[in-house]
Design a protein around this ligand. Structure first.
Ligand code: HEC
Length: 134
């Protein structure tokens, strides 16, 4: 009985503590000491060019996702179509904590050659969440 109650309570708590996945992640990043996040900085990072150490080629987030997040993207290596990243056209985006975390990690590593830090991830999240064409 007590175990069941605990499970139910923790389910309720975990589902209502944060309004959204973005909120939860931003709270987590703030806990590392970042005070403010900027969609503008996120936008700049989104199209910043990084020269890959191994290939000498330019890599950007736009390489696979394009500059307009309302559009479909295309994976540069596999050619697979990637659904739009902007929640405004694809409401499923940024709603799955595990997925968002996983792809942030993978894509930052591929693009920047390292993981993004808390400031960068928060900036990018705000940029993606609010993207409406600008
Ligand atoms: C080499 C291609 C490639 C590049 C470059 C790339 N991504 Fe992605 N990204 C993907 C793929 C593939 C997926 C997963 C497929 C999907 O979700 O449609 C994905 C998914 C994501 C997601 C998951 C969104 C969600 O919650 O559903 C985020 C966030 C993301 N990318 C951010 C970025 C950022 C930020 C950059 C630049 C630092 C970047 N990506 C660069 C290929 C790429």
């Amino acid at each position: 009985m007590r175990i069941k109650l605990t499970i139910v309570l923790s389910l309720i708590l975990s589902s209502s503590l944060y309004a959204s996945v973005v909120d939860e992640l931003l709270t987590e990043y703030r806990a590392t000491g970042v005070e403010t996040f900027s969609a503008k900085a996120g936008k700049a990072l989104w199209s910043q060019e990084f020269i890959n150490a191994k290939t000498g080629k330019i890599r950007q987030c736009t390489t696979c996702h394009t500059a307009d997040l309302r559009n479909e993207g295309k994976h540069i290596r596999t050619g697979k179509i990637i659904k739009p990243l902007a929640p405004i056209t694809n409401p499923e985006r940024l709603t799955n904590l595990k997925k968002t975390r996983k792809w942030f990690k993978r894509n930052c590593k591929w693009t920047l050659g390292r993981e993004c830090n808390a400031q960068e991830k928060g900036d990018l999240l705000l940029f993606m969440q609010n993207f409406n064409g600008e």
